[in-house]
Design a protein around this ligand. Structure first.
Ligand code: IMO
Ligand code: MG
Length: 425
């Protein structure tokens, strides 16, 4: 059984959860290793739709266990809401959901500070999901103000830390942002209750996962966000605050790189982005609107309309490089079914010179023009295809061109949200 990382190769919302759900059949454990409730992972099982923010999508398989690793920032209210909603849908998480004792907790002041900061930034805002992700990672890196799960399950430690932190956070809220301060008593009461409820879920997940690997079990790592939102490699500062790339699975779960067998990059057949920041192939025209309408491209966490554009191979190649991708899974191919022509951005042009690598400097990126190759559309419904040979010739050509330009083969093609709407190569 293999250890596989599934992650986003673009700006998130690539359809990672659908691929994770499909691959879970061959795994025993599914792991979230970074990010938090900023993620919105949607899967369809029969008539039921599930949107996960924190719990790995593998939980819908009753015989699998799920792990929330140390690299995640965990919002307890979101976690318990998800557990309760799963319960209502007949999915019992008891005994098969584990949280690392080292995972950091998202607190109400993280959300309050983020909201105040984004509002103050005006046009320069990052356009975050307002889930407190950045401020929670800030406290983690800051060290003295981070609160971990192991602290949250001890009511005395928790109360002491909340008091100390709030004194400082309220100064920031009131003096820097002119916002309302937060009351400490209700926060302590609420989080002590979360800590009590969390106790039975807490384990040393690094030990758990390494023992599972030793025992020959299959492990699936479910990335959230995407490569271009990685805090080190993405379109900084318009990124999230974690390492969304393959290395993040090692640090965020406590496994060594030699344990990983495969890294699958999920590539949506076109590109989308939510929030602010550069997007070279964005279509601010009818074609962009058409992709959004057909693809229902609205955020699963925030409901915001997603910005849409053609597939950008400069960023896919970057994802291949940073993550060492073994293969790619192409999703949402069916959304392009009606288009007469489909464009692929092969490289950029800057002052007449060819640019093959995504620039780190956004001022340089702003001077880059995408160069497109135009392919004929297939104008055929692909949702019924179950084998590569069922796909129209032009769709096969499009996929082959993606593989050629990215340098890695495609291993899975998704032609719809249902489990069956999947082609394995
Ligand atoms: P999944 O896992 C798409 C974006 C936000 C914003 C930036 C920073 O569903 O693919 P944050 O709240 O993380 O500090 O926001 O990152 N963002 C995502 N975009 N998919 C996601 O997750 C995202 N999570 C965060 O829109 O631009
Ligand atoms: Mg999403």
């Amino acid at each position: 059984m293999s250890v596989t990382i599934v992650l986003g190769a673009q700006w998130g919302d690539e359809g990672k959860a659908k691929i994770v759900d499909y691959l879970t059949t061959d795994a025993s454990v599914v792991v979230r290793y970074q990010g938090g409730a900023n993620a919105g992972h949607t899967i369809k099982v029969g008539d039921l739709e599930f949107v996960f923010h924190l719990i790995p999508a593998g939980i819908v398989h009753p015989d699998k266990t799920c792990v929330i690793g140390n690299g995640v920032v965990l919002e307890p209210a979101a976690l318990f809401q998800e557990i309760d909603e799963l319960d209502e849908k007949g999915i019992n998480t008891e005994g098969r959901l584990f949280i690392s004792e080292r995972t950091h907790i998202v607190m109400p002041y993280h959300k309050a500070i983020e909201k105040a900061s984004e509002e103050k930034s005006g046009a320069g805002a990052i356009g975050t999901t307002l889930r407190g992700i950045g401020p929670a990672y800030y406290d983690k890196i800051n060290r003295s103000t981070g609160i971990r799960v192991m602290d949250a399950v001890n009511s005395d430690v928790l109360a002491t830390r909340v008091r100390a932190n709030l004194a400082e956070k309220n100064e920031i809220l009131t003096k820097v942002y002119g916002a309302e301060p937060l009351d400490e008593a209700p926060i302590i009461e609420e989080y002590v209750a979360y800590g009590e409820r969390m106790k039975s879920l807490v384990v040393d997940t690094s030990v758990y996962l390494n023992e599972a690997i030793e025992a020959g079990k299959g492990i699936l790592f479910e990335g959230s966000q995407g490569t271009l939102l990685d805090v080190d490699h993405g379109s900084y500062p318009y990124v999230t605050s974690s390492n969304t790339t393959a290395g993040g699975a090692c640090t965020g779960a406590g496994i060594g790189p030699t344990r990983v067998d495969k890294v699958v990059g999920v590539v949506k057949a076109y590109t989308t982005r939510v929030g602010n920041g550069p997007f070279p192939t964005e279509l601010l025209d009818e074609t962009g609107n058409r992709i959004r309408d057909i693809g229902h491209e609205y955020g699963a966490t925030t409901g915001r309309p997603r910005r849409c554009g053609w597939l950008d191979l400069v960023i896919v190649r970057m994802a291949v490089r940073i993550n060492g991708l073994s293969s790619i899974a192409v999703t949402r191919l069916d959304i392009l079914d009606t288009f007469e022509e489909i464009k692929i951005c092969t490289n950029y042009l800057r002052h007449g010179e060819r640019v093959d690598h995504f620039p780190g400097d956004l001022n340089v990126l702003a001077e880059c023009e995408p160069v497109y190759e135009t392919l004929p559309g297939w104008q055929t419904d692909t949702t019924g295809a179950r084998d590569f040979s069922d796909l129209p010739e032009n769709a096969q050509r499009y996929l082959d061109r993606i593989a050629e330009l990215s340098g890695v083969p495609y291993s899975i093609v998704s032609v719809g949200p249902d489990r069956e709407e999947t082609i394995v190569i």
